[in-house]
Design a protein around this ligand. Structure first.
Ligand code: TXA
Ligand code: MG
Length: 317
C-alpha cells in the first residue's frame, strides 16, 4: 500500500494504478472514495470484495463532466435542472442507464445508474487523467464508519488497497445527497449537505423522500444499520457523567472525556467533523474495553437532518 502525494506526477501514478485494475482511495469533497476503473470487471469485483459489500448494492459512478455523464445515463428535465445547479458537487443522481462501457456489476445489474461529478480538484484531475469513469463507494468496510481522511483509511484498509491519494481532510464530511431521477417524480434516497429544501426549491416543488420507508428500500444501500462504529452509540444525551465518552455539540463540558463536533454550534462544521470524531472516540472506547459513546442532541434543521440520519443508522443495533 502506497500513500501518494497530491502532485501532477502523483495523479498520473494513481491513474496508472486504476488503469491496471488496482484500487485507489481518493479524496472527494464529501468523503474519500474507494476508486476502481468503472470499465473493468476485475477492478469493480475487487471493490465489492474489499468492502465486503453485497453484490446487490450498486456503486456511484464518478465522471469528470456532464458530457461524460450523458454517455452513461439518460438525462431528463429534473436531472438537468439539478446538475445545472449542483455539479460539480456533492450530488449524485440516479438515471436510467445507457448501454455503455460501465460494467454491469458496478450498477448491480440494475437498469439505473448513479452518477456524480465531484468538485474536489484532485478527484477531477484524476478523472481527467484516467479518461474513464471511476466506480467509487465510500472508503470503508460495508456498514462501518465512513472515512473522511487518509489516516483513518490507512488504519482500516491498508492491507486491502493499492494506494491512497492524499488530499487531506474531506471538505464536507458527509456522503453526497442522492436523488433518484429515473422515474417521473424524483425522490431523495440519501440526505447529504444539499438539503431536502434546496432540492425542492431547485425543482420548483416539494420533493418526497423514501428515507423513513423501511418496507420499500429503493436504494439498496440505505439499509437501516449503517455507518457504525464498533462501540455502541447512545443518542440525544444531555447530561454526560464523569467517565463517559461524550460527543458534544457546542462547547465541550469540562471534566468529561470526548470532544465536540463544533464549538460554535455550526451544523456544517459538525458535518465535516462527524466521522473523524467518531473514529477517534471509537478508538478511545476500544482502549477502555468498549464502553458506549454518548452523543448530544443535534438540531435537525439544514444539514442537521443528514447528520441525524447518519447517527440514527450508526446507532442501530
Ligand atoms: O459522496 C459520495 O457519494 C461518496 C463519494 C466517494 O462520492 N460515495 C458513496 O458511495 O457514498 P456509497 O457506495 O457508499 O453509497 C452509494 C449509495 C448507496 O446507498 C447505493 O445503494 C446508492 O448510492 N446507489 C448507487 N447506485 C444506485 C442505483 N442505481 N439505484 C439506487 N441506489 C443506488
Ligand atoms: Mg457508503
Amino acid at each position: 500500500m502506497k500513500i501518494i502525494k497530491n502532485s501532477s506526477e502523483g495523479i498520473k501514478e494513481a491513474a496508472e494504478i486504476l488503469s491496471a485494475d488496482g484500487i485507489v482511495a481518493f479524496p472527494t469533497e464529501t468523503v474519500y472514495g474507494l476508486g476502481a476503473n468503472a470499465f473493468s470487471e476485475e477492478a469493480v469485483t475487487k471493490v465489492y470484495k474489499i468492502k465486503k459489500r453485497p453484490f446487490f448494492n450498486p456503486l456511484i459512478i464518478h465522471v469528470s463532466s456532464y458530457d461524460m455523464a450523458t454517455e452513461h445515463g439518460v438525462f431528463n428535465d429534473s436531472a438537468n435542472k439539478l446538475v445545472k445547479k449542483y455539479w460539480p458537487g456533492p450530488l449524485s443522481i440516479i438515471l436510467n442507464k445507457r448501454k455503455s462501457g460501465v460494467v454491469s456489476s458496478a450498477t448491480a445489474s440494475l437498469d439505473t445508474i448513479a452518477l456524480r461529478c465531484p468538485s474536489n480538484t484532485i478527484a477531477s484531475k484524476l478523472l481527467k487523467e484516467l479518461k474513464k469513469p471511476i466506480a467509487a463507494p465510500s472508503a470503508n468496510k460495508s456498514g462501518k464508519l465512513t472515512c473522511t481522511n487518509p489516516r483513518d483509511i490507512f488504519t482500516k484498509l491498508k492491507n486491502d488497497i493499492n494506494a491512497i491519494l492524499d488530499g487531506g481532510d474531506a471538505q464536507l464530511g458527509l456522503e453526497s445527497t442522492v436523488v433518484d431521477c429515473s422515474e417521473e417524480i424524483p425522490r431523495i434516497v440519501r440526505l447529504g449537505n444539499i438539503t431536502l429544501d434546496e432540492i425542492s426549491s431547485c425543482l420548483g416543488y416539494k420533493i418526497v423522500t423514501d428515507l423513513q420507508n423501511k418496507k420499500k428500500v429503493k436504494s439498496p444501500g440505505q439499509l437501516l444499520k449503517h455507518y457504525s462504529p464498533d462501540a455502541e452509540l447512545i443518542l440525544n444525551q444531555n447530561e454526560p457523567r464523569k467517565g463517559d465518552i461524550f460527543l458534544s455539540f457546542g462547547p465541550h463540558p469540562t471534566g468529561i472525556d470526548g470532544l465536540t463536533l463544533t464549538e460554535s454550534k455550526n451544523l456544517v462544521e459538525a458535518a465535516k467533523n462527524l466521522f473523524t470524531s467518531l473514529h477517534i472516540l471509537d478508538r478511545l472506547s476500544q482502549e477502555r474495553g468498549g464502553p458506549p459513546i454518548k452523543v448530544a442532541p443535534i438540531p435537525s434543521n439544514g444539514v442537521g437532518a443528514a447528520i441525524n440520519d447518519r447517527l440514527l443508522r450508526a446507532a442501530q443495533k
